[in-house]
Design a protein around this ligand. Structure first.
Ligand code: GDP
Ligand code: MG
Length: 374
């Protein structure tokens, strides 16, 4: 939408255009009646006359280059290239989620780097024969559902960990339900096969009830027997994850401004707001203006979980960034935009919407309280 002119704003507020022009002059703006006003100026001006302006013409989707529902703008087929799978590990407490994440990370650090200091940033990537896999290392169903509730679809594959000496437990079922509700395929990792009481076949039997049937029994679910503790068959698990990923034909366009989701974020004393983001489309670069939730800024630094400084991050790469004006929420989207001004505008527009919603809520509450008193 076009910017409002001085004359138009005056008409809408029912004040004389000359009064507005005089006010603008006092603010240091020499303008005529047909002069277009940017939103910020209109807002300040209106406030002087006890009016609030709403930026109805604000086109967030256009700035972010997304569809009206917030989804990614469709890419041309020829721009799409293969991207690594993003994996979340789920399962019952004590079945070995953390141990498995650690085992994967220790046995499969990306080749080439030496002696990097491991950073726990909430996600990491590993490599098997030159093929990458990204793991979200916030196991637990809460993180998964919280992200999904915010509309973030960050997981391509769920690895369901089931202890071979314990079998299907309540949180196993919960994890299956979450994965199914999200439409995410499950790879089953039957863990603790080193234990004397391990009975992998019993686990497989129990899981058939949930339509997770191994291939050797005529189903199409991939089962892998592992020991996180003894580091048995960890590569086998990665191989199977990559096999599952092949079926999914995961693709993204790396040649556009980046967008993705916040995996976790916090305030660091020295560095300010720090966010681990998963790049889902495009390529994120140091210096890129970005907006996430009601926060904005420029990517000041970007590191991976090995503590290495990166200049750019391709799709399915988890990175920790600094430079945002505040701490976004896990599951928030982030978008790289054309310039810092656009980033700020989007963030401020969202903040304003939020304030309005809060205001509407409180006034409703007070009305209810009023009725309650009557
Ligand atoms: P989480 O609650 O799912 O994250 O489970 P943890 O990774 O914390 O593991 C729970 C316990 O099981 C710990 O004492 C681990 O050492 C143990 N554990 C995990 N994986 C294995 C395994 O493959 N074999 C054996 N014997 N113990 C394991
Ligand atoms: Mg754990």
């Amino acid at each position: 939408a076009d910017a409002i002119t001085v004359g138009e704003l005056a008409k809408r507020m029912g004040v004389k255009a000359n009064d507005l022009i005089r006010e603008l002059m006092s603010m240091g703006n020499m303008v005529t009646i047909n002069h277009p006003l940017d939103f910020e100026t209109a807002e300040i001006l209106a406030a002087e006359f006890n009016y609030e302006v709403e930026n109805v013409g604000f086109d967030e989707e256009a700035i972010l280059n997304v569809e009206a529902d917030g989804s990614q703008t469709e890419d041309k087929l020829e721009d799409l290239v293969e991207r690594p799978p993003v994996v979340t590990i789920m399962g019952h407490v004590d079945h070995g989620k953390t141990s498995l994440l650690d085992a994967i990370r220790e046995t499969n650090v990306i080749a080439g780097e030496a002696g990097g200091i491991t950073q726990h940033i909430g996600a990491y990537d590993v490599e098997l024969d030159g093929r990458k896999i990204a793991f979200l290392d916030t196991p637990g169903h809460e993180a998964f559902t919280a992200m999904r509730a915010r509309g973030a679809k960050v997981t391509d594959i769920v690895v369901l960990v089931v202890a071979a000496d314990d079998g299907v437990m309540p949180q196993t079922k919960e994890a299956i339900n979450h994965a199914k509700a999200a439409g995410v395929p499950i790879v089953v990792a039957v863990n603790k096969i080193d234990k004397p009481g391990a009975n992998p076949d019993k686990v497989k039997q129990e899981l058939t009830e949930f339509e997770l049937v191994p291939e050797e029994w005529g189903g199409d679910t991939i089962f892998v027997e592992v020991s996180a503790k003894e580091k048995i068959n960890i590569d086998g698990l990665l191989e199977m994850i990559l096999l599952q990923a092949e079926v999914l034909e995961l693709k993204a366009n790396p040649n556009k401004r980046a967008s993705g989701a916040v995996v976790e974020a916090r305030l660091d004393r020295g560095r300010g707001p720090v966010a681990t983001v998963l790049v889902q489309a495009g390529t994120l670069r140091v210096g890129d203006p970005i907006v996430s939730g009601i926060h904005w800024g420029r990517v000041r630094t970007m590191i991976n979980d090995r503590g290495e400084q990166l200049k750019e991050a391709a799709p399915s790469t988890p990175v920790e960034i600094t430079g945002l004006s505040g701490v976004p929420d896990a599951g928030d989207t982030f978008h790289a935009v054309k310039d810092e001004k656009s980033a700020k505008e989007v963030a401020q527009h969202r903040a304003q919407k939020l304030r309005e919603a809060e205001l509407a809520k409180t006034s409703k509450i007070s009305l209810e309280q009023l009725y309650a008193r009557i």
